[in-house]
Design a protein around this ligand. Structure first.
Ligand code: ADP
Length: 319
């Protein structure tokens, strides 16, 4: 391959820029021309494609968001729209694409590969919900943002002797809630991977109060219920008042952590190597600190698992 492209798609995640930088610099290192597709699959369809050079990706390694912009284009599921993308890529002479994003973006990459444009997926999402990798780019940064928020809310919870419910992101996965809850010392963690039980949560709160505990933190993953909804259920059953904090989009932004920058650099570079080996239809990942790659179809068909031992541990430590 002599010409490749890179795009970011779906929800932005801190570290996407570091991955773009790695793709661009690694390609140029191997004397391959590299193009940026601006605005995800929507930008690809409209031909928003520009050649990038070493300087194009200067001064971005520490920035959140994505310099390539991101977008959602639901119509990309349709074959005729995908074929328009293939046409744009062929017109620009692009032979392979690195797609940085979540599982939706991977489905687009799989479709393009099927239409003869080899693509490699790089996991970029704060949700950590992609199979084939232990960590996705952006997860560690988001986790640290959430922990920082929990620490701050804990100050108020302690000062006012209150129970706080903190709603965190993660789509259908409980990774952020679980690890942030454990690291933030939350009394209760509610995640989609395990049924929650309001009477049990209320009993724990009451038991804590009886032993003199005046404040409490409950983390709820957005994939289960909203924070206000959980607060309402607790009030109805036990008459305990809660305060709710929905962290929202602050979880997606910010300067990527060292972990995410290193991960993004390694994964982006490996994705380029795979394209140069003409091995499209793969997705890169990290397992036990080794960079690996898997069939993108397999990755999309597997269910992402969470370590429920962490939930049990959190319960044991917050008695
Ligand atoms: P993420 O990549 O973070 O999971 P989305 O689910 O929003 O985010 O997907 C990003 C984009 O990927 C979508 O807007 C769409 O353009 C494309 N996409 C999603 N699902 C498919 C699919 N089944 N086939 C082709 N493209 C898809």
């Amino acid at each position: 391959m002599k010409k490749i492209a890179v795009l970011t798609s779906g929800g932005d995640a801190p570290g996407m820029n570091a991955a773009v930088r790695a793709v661009v610099r690694k390609a140029i290192y191997h004397n391959v021309e590299v193009f940026g597709i601006f605005g995800g699959y929507a930008g690809l369809i409209s031909g928003n494609i520009e050649q990038l050079n070493l300087g194009s990706v200067g001064d971005i390694i520490h920035r959140g968001g994505t310099m390539l912009l991101s977008a959602r284009l639901p119509e990309f599921k349709e074959e005729e729209v995908q074929l328009k993308a293939v046409e744009q890529l062929k017109k620009a002479g692009i032979e392979g694409v690195v797609v940085i994003g979540g599982d939706g973006s991977y489905r687009g990459a799989k479709a393009l590969t099927g239409h003869g444009i080899p693509c490699v997926g790089v996991p970029g999402t704060i949700d950590n919900d992609i199979s084939g990798t232990q960590y996705t780019i952006g997860y560690d940064t988001a986790l640290n943002t959430v922990i920082d928020a929990i620490d701050k809310i804990r100050d108020t919870a302690t000062s006012h002797e209150r129970t706080f419910i903190i709603e965190v992101m993660g789509r259908d996965a409980g990774d952020i809630a679980l690890s942030a809850g454990l690291a933030g010392g939350a009394e209760t963690i509610i995640i989609p991977e395990e049924n929650y039980n309001i009477p049990e949560i209320c009993a724990r709160l009451k038991k804590g109060q009886e032993r003199g505990k005046k404040h409490s933190i409950i983390i709820v993953a957005e994939g289960v219920a909203s924070g206000p909804d959980i607060g309402k259920q607790i009030k109805e059953l036990s008459n305990i008042d809660t305060r709710v904090s929905v962290l929202g989009h602050i979880q997606r932004g910010g300067s990527p952590s060292a972990f995410d920058r290193v991960l993004a650099s390694r994964l982006g570079a490996r994705a380029v190597e795979l394209l140069l080996e003409n091995r499209g239809g793969r997705a890169v990942g990290i397992q036990n600190n080794v960079i690996v790659d898997s069939d993108i179809t397999k990755v999309l068909s597997e269910i992402h698992h969470i370590d429920l031992d962490l939930l049990r541990l959190s319960k044991e430590l917050s008695i």
